[in-house]
Design a protein around this ligand. Structure first.
Ligand code: FAD
Length: 462
């Protein structure tokens, strides 16, 4: 006889635990299943540990720049990787324990450790026990992709997960993949003291961003000594006297980058291949992402998919927003939709990149009349005072409605300041609202009204 619940949640990523709490509070009997670490990617191998490591790297970087600020550090600044890892483990571990304890402490919530598989659209098997519910929520996340790079099985390599165990300084870290995850690790390890080379297949870093953003970030990393090898069309791997070598050219086998350690940062694969989705009638796309509608329902009635596994977002905040959509629609008879959210994310290099709305390329594609302004951080007095003048702020608005279309804030505080523009977008308010607001001096945000007064027709738009 299956054990009956009102709802079953598979995975404790960024949607599952909040959903369990909300259901339990509503008096529903919930089972939540986790096969590995409570809190999933963000807590254990993603956002939290990487941002903690980035903070250590930033502190070392500032110490090395002591002379610029008028203080002396006697001797070299050297990083003790065991202590850096210890700090990271402490912060990430606290979060991991917090998720587990909060779930175990919930009344009417059964926490099960094990791998869940569908038996039918209403039943799930875990540890040979059958669980039944009329509502099932999939929050299984993803893992680092390991593409079939020639030679990859003959060398040892790291991913974002195994990087979490590194308690030594790699002499030369070669990172395959010049996108968000790769760039954060690149700057972090360069600041820890490693030599770092990024091998990127495309012509530029973070190819989804506008060219000026890519170029500026490339400049920032190169200034710190990160080497970048773009246009690596034929990537291969082999053992080398130093450790590993990564081939980069199709017709020149001698053209390679060698180093002591290899990190693969080439995208994510959803954890959907071992869930028995076919037995539940849940359809996936060719990449394994679960197909969902605007309210996150899968092709099987009564089954929802939330977070990275549905391909509708790849961030903690998109997964958490998925939870809010599903919970509000089910419990509050709301009509929240995925398509109501506005694209927003950050790249946590130093300085960070805060992004909201459309890129320039997306605005050009939409063929609407737009105005745009761009302002260098060198002319922002707070950035000058802080000695952090790299980057720029650029904002685009709709020429007709005066609504903000998109922004990129690459500069100190960019990950926070971008929310001012994001919230104005959610409020559907025109940009002059910001121009009439009195901002605090001296801040980076005080320049937003100034920048908006410099808007001009955006080249390439009607
Ligand atoms: C290096 C790195 C840095 C990142 N930094 C950021 C950042 O700064 N900001 C940001 O917004 N996002 C960041 N992300 C992305 C972010 O971590 C994810 O988008 C976020 O964790 C959402 O994941 P999720 O809720 O889909 O599931 P996950 O967090 O991936 O959790 C899924 C859980 O399901 C479990 N599971 C899987 N299959 C089963 C099964 N069959 N049975 C039982 N349990 C199962 C897994 O063990 C896992 O615990 C980063 C990612 C990486 C890799």
């Amino acid at each position: 006889m299956p054990r009956n619940f009102d709802a079953i949640i598979i995975g404790t990523g960024q949607a599952g635990p909040s959903l369990a709490r909300r259901f339990a509070a509503a008096g529903m009997g919930v089972a939540i299943i986790e096969r590995h670490k409570f809190g999933g990617t963000c807590v254990n191998t993603g956002c939290i540990p990487t941002k903690t490591l980035i903070a250590s790297a930033h502190a070392a970087h500032v110490a090395r720049r002591g002379g610029e600020y008028g203080f002396v550090v006697s001797g070299d600044v050297r990083v003790d990787m065991k202590r850096v890892k210890g700090r990271k483990d402490e912060v990430s571990g606290r979060s991991n324990r917090g998720v587990e304890e909060s779930l175990r402490g919930l009344k009417d919530c059964t926490v099960i450790q094990g791998h869940a598989r569908f038996q039918s659209s209403r039943t799930v098997v875990v540890n040979e026990e059958v669980l039944h519910a009329d509502k099932i929520f999939i929050n299984v996340g993803g893992r680092a992709s390991v593409p079939p790079i020639p030679g990859i099985n003959d060398v040892s390599f790291l991913t974002n997960s195994s990087m979490m165990d590194v308690d030594f300084l790699p002499e030369h870290l070669v990172i395959v993949g010049g996108s968000y995850v790769g760039l954060e690790f690149a700057q972090m390890y360069r600041r820890f003291g490693s030599e770092v080379t990024i091998v990127e297949m495309g012509p530029r870093l973070i190819g989804r961003e506008d060219e000026d953003v890519s170029e500026a970030i490339r400049g920032i990393l190169e200034t710190e000594g990160v080497r970048i090898r773009p246009n690596a069309k034929c990537i291969s791997a082999r053992k080398h006297d130093r450790g590993i070598a990564v081939g980069v050219e199709c017709d020149d086998s001698a053209s390679e980058v060698s180093g002591t350690h290899l990190l693969l940062a080439v995208g994510r694969t959803p954890n959907t291949n071992d869930l028995g989705l076919d037995r539940a009638g849940v359809a996936t796309d060719p990449h394994g992402y679960i197909i969902v509608d605007d309210q996150l329902q899968t092709s099987a009635p009564g089954i929802w998919a939330l977070g990275d596994c549905n391909g509708r977002g790849a961030f903690t905040h998109t997964s958490y927003n998925d939870y809010e959509i599903a919970a509000d629609n089910l419990l509050n008879a709301d009509h929240r939709r995925v398509s109501d959210r506005i694209q927003a994310y950050a790249l946590f290099t130093d300085p960070p990149l805060g992004r909201c709305g459309m890129t320039d390329a997306e605005i050009w594609k939409s063929r609407r009349a737009a105005l745009a302004a761009k302002y260098p951080m060198q002319r922002v007095s707070r950035a000058v005072e802080k000695g952090e003048t790299q980057g720029f702020i650029k904002i685009s608005v709709d020429a007709e409605t005066k609504h903000i279309l998109g922004a990129a804030i690459l500069g100190t505080g960019g990950d926070e300041i971008v929310h001012i523009l994001l919230d104005l977008m959610y409020a559907k308010a025109p940009y002059p609202v910001i121009q009439r607001a009195m901002h605090i001096h001296p801040t980076i945000a005080e320049y937003l009204p100034t920048i908006l007064s410099m808007l001009e027709p955006m080249p390439g738009t009607p």
